[in-house]
Design a protein around this ligand. Structure first.
Ligand code: F0G
Length: 457
């Protein structure tokens, strides 16, 4: 198998260090069997996240030098605002330092204790901010999204019956907005269709409920719509992106994903009164409303990156590189989430390590084994990430117990993908030698996966 060659060449490189198995064993133990706590220097291929880890273009670096660091009304802000407006179409644009800051501001503005927020599967930080403001998250994604083997083109779609039932049960006035992600990260990067988005729009409109988009990977979603949704193959990714946004009332954005920036984000809405409220909060928590926690140079890098992100060749090679890794792994019989998402290949840890019980965190165990084998860093996306139910304090065991191999954009070559594929396949062949899992030795109360520590059993 091959994937299309990239529409760029490499002008600048960053050396990587190769480690010995002994070094990795010592490093993993020192990191409490949480690969997130490893010094990055001891990682060879870092697939922990695709967030902020992509390679910036020479145009982005050049734009960095043009950053206007004025405190108020910097030229860079206007360029940033114009780019978001042009490509995403929202009227009111408020910069934040990254996506979760936009989520925090939006949640504080709209969520009150007792509110209910439906969404197409949870994302860790998104749900955390909803819960911190007294809201309850409700998963209204289609059932198939929780089944790693269900091969559907739009596994990120909302189940309209589930959404209607929630509205009937709690009343539309208790639902401040519907939270829609495109693509759905926790399902493995699965897209939502425009047809479904239209139906959600129609249903929520009848009840006066706004729709807020998580636009972190909406360009990847637009690419899948172009490939898979009848009637859209002749449109540009940029047009489809505008169409997705046109069906929503606002968006939170992590510019560290699609937009190829190392840091940055924004909140955008259409309602000027909500924008005013959000700007007031940004000033308290992030910085003045024309920089929102970013330096002028960061605003420039995001503005330039947005334009690059919708170029057809760029988005094609990005998604095809992910598919290349997935195809190699799947061809060897390794259980992965189907279909392959836009930003990551997700290993199905419950099928990979069926002999390790959920209570021993098979996905967390697999992230450790992958690091030890070839120095690849992945992320747990299962029970550890899901945390505890705030009401009962019990561990949540989501149906998906995954190890995510997230691919940074424009950063790694096909050679790197082969190293990862070989390692995963090798590990799968000797999976029986991984006898048991891990247990917590330290467990933080919120977003525990970032800082928790474990012991092998
Ligand atoms: N929404 C989605 C769908 C995300 O994937 C992320 C971050 C955020 C919001 C928050 O944005 O990191 O800029 O504050 N996802 C990263 C990941 C961390 O690895 O999946 P942020």
């Amino acid at each position: 198998a091959r994937h299309p060659a990239e529409p760029w060449r490499i002008k600048s490189i960053e050396p990587l260090r190769l480690t010995s198995p002994e070094e990795r064993t010592a490093a993993l133990s020192a990191a409490g069997y949480n690969v997130g706590l490893l010094p990055a220097e001891l990682v060879y291929i870092d697939l922990y996240t695709d967030s902020g880890t992509s390679a910036m273009s020479d145009r982005q670096w050049a734009a960095v030098m043009l950053g206007d660091e004025s405190y108020a009304g910097a030229r860079s802000f206007y360029r940033f605002e114009a780019a978001v407006h042009e490509y995403y179409g929202y009227e009111e644009v408020i910069p934040t330092h990254q996506g979760r800051a936009a989520e925090s501001i939006l949640s504080r503005c709209l969520i009150r204790p007792g509110h209910h927020i439906p969404g197409n599967m949870y994302f860790t930080t998104t749900r955390e901010h909803q819960e911190l403001n007294g809201g309850t998250f409700h998963d209204v994604i289609i059932d198939e999204a929780h089944d790693p083997t269900a091969d559907l083109p739009f596994k990120g779609n909302v189940d309209l019956t589930k959404l209607q039932q929630l509205i009937d049960k709690v009343g539309p006035e208790q639902i401040p907005y519907v939270s829609l992600a495109a693509t759905v990260n926790m399902a493995g990067g699965q897209p939502i269709s425009l047809a479904n988005l239209n139906e959600v729009r129609e249903l929520t409109h009848r009840h006066g409920i706004p729709v807020i988009l998580d636009a972190a990977r909406a360009v990847e979603n637009a690419w899948f719509i172009k490939q898979r949704e009848p009637g859209w193959s002749g449109r540009t990714v940029a047009e489809i992106l505008r169409e997705i946004c046109a069906l929503t009332d606002g968006a939170t954005m992590s510019a560290k994903k699609d937009s190829y920036a190392n840091i940055g984000g924004w909140l955008a809405v259409r309602d000027p009164r909500l924008a005013e409220q959000a700007r007031n909060l940004v000033v308290v928590h992030e910085g003045l409303h024309t920089y929102g926690g970013m330096a002028g140079r960061d605003l420039e890098a995001v503005a330039q990156g947005i334009g690059e992100s919708v170029q057809e060749d760029s988005i094609r090679t990005r998604v095809e590189q992910v598919a290349y890794l997935a195809d190699r792994i799947a061809a060897a019989g390794v259980p992965i989430v189907r279909p392959v998402g836009g930003h990551a290949v997700c290993l199905n840890a419950t099928d990979f390590l069926p002999h390790i019980p959920r209570e021993q965190f098979p996905a967390q165990t697999l992230t450790c084994a992958l690091y030890l084998d070839a120095g690849t860093r992945s992320t747990e996306r299962g029970a550890v990430s899901a945390g505890r139910d705030p009401a009962t304090g019990e561990n949540r065991y989501p149906p998906l117990e995954l190890v995510r191999l997230a691919i940074p954009r424009r950063a790694y070559t096909q050679g790197h993908m082969d190293v990862v594929a070989d390692s995963v396949i090798r590990l799968h062949e000797r999976r029986k030698t991984l006898r048991s899992g891990v247990e917590f030795t330290h467990e933080p109360s919120t977003l525990r996966f970032f800082q928790s520590r474990f012991r092998p059993l």
